[in-house]
Design a protein around this ligand. Structure first.
Ligand SMILES: O=C(O)C(=O)C[C@H](O)[C@H](O)COP(=O)(O)O
Length: 218
């Protein structure tokens, strides 16, 4: 028998595009479960009602569940989805969208199966075309800075106008505006709003300030 904490959380369907909710998608790595709800509340207070919680730590799924249950006003998604099984687990924990650093055929099928909006990861033109062929027009561009940054995405806008991106990886408050000015960028992803030292110090006021500055970027 499953314990109450293992019961699936019913995700609230998200209407519209995940790319158009916030200019900066906070990418968050949580080491401590008790930080989940205060971080989510600080982001909302700063004007960023969305969070991509990476499934990179032991507490990630439980943290996702806590945010989905206790902070319904934030659009909570799961990042670092590497397998179809993780996509299902994230959905059951209450994720309302999924993000993956890559896009294999199995992963695309697994994310489609959840019925949730998702952003598969791409870094080359052929990967972008393969994702478009699967019927998915919104994707992550990862690792953004290392893969050519804003100039690379700008070069894609004319030949591949149907693809829209959330560039992520190495982006800062200083480099974000160049991406946000592009017609094929909906939002950028970044971990700079929730640095590890700020989380360790439980400085939720700092998270709120960083969120407020990011929310003003567009
Ligand atoms: O975990 C994932 O799914 C990833 O693909 C990696 C993250 O998106 C980046 O680590 C965030 O980028 P930074 O802002 O440079 O920290």
């Amino acid at each position: 028998m499953s314990s109450p904490s293992e019961a699936p959380v019913r995700p609230v369907p998200h209407q519209g595009s995940v790319l158009d909710v916030v200019p900066v998608m906070p990418v968050v790595v949580l080491e401590r479960l008790e930080h989940a709800v205060p971080v989510a509340r600080a982001l909302v207070a700063g004007g960023l009602p969305a969070i991509e919680l990476t499934l990179r730590t032991e507490v990630a799924l439980e943290a996702l569940r806590a945010i989905a249950t206790e902070v319904p006003e934030i659009l909570v998604g799961a990042g670092t989805i590497l397998s179809p099984a993780q996509a299902q687990e994230a959905r059951d924990a209450g994720a309302r969208f999924l993000v993956s650093p890559g896009a294999t055929p199995a992963l695309l099928a697994g994310m489609l199966d959840t019925g949730l909006p998702f952003l598969p990861g791409t870094a080359t033109v052929s990967e972008v075309l393969a994702v478009l062929e699967a019927g998915v027009t919104e994707m992550k561009f990862f690792p953004a800075e290392a893969s050519g940054g804003a100039p690379y995405l700008k070069s894609l806008a004319s030949p591949v106008p149907t693809a829209r991106f959330c560039p992520t990886g190495g982006i800062t408050a200083a480099s974000a505006p160049a991406y946000l000015a592009l017609p094929n960028v909906g939002c950028v992803g970044g971990s700079w709003l929730t640095p590890a030292d700020v989380l360790a110090a439980e400085d939720w006021g700092r998270v709120e300030t960083l969120a407020r500055e990011a929310a003003a970027l567009r």
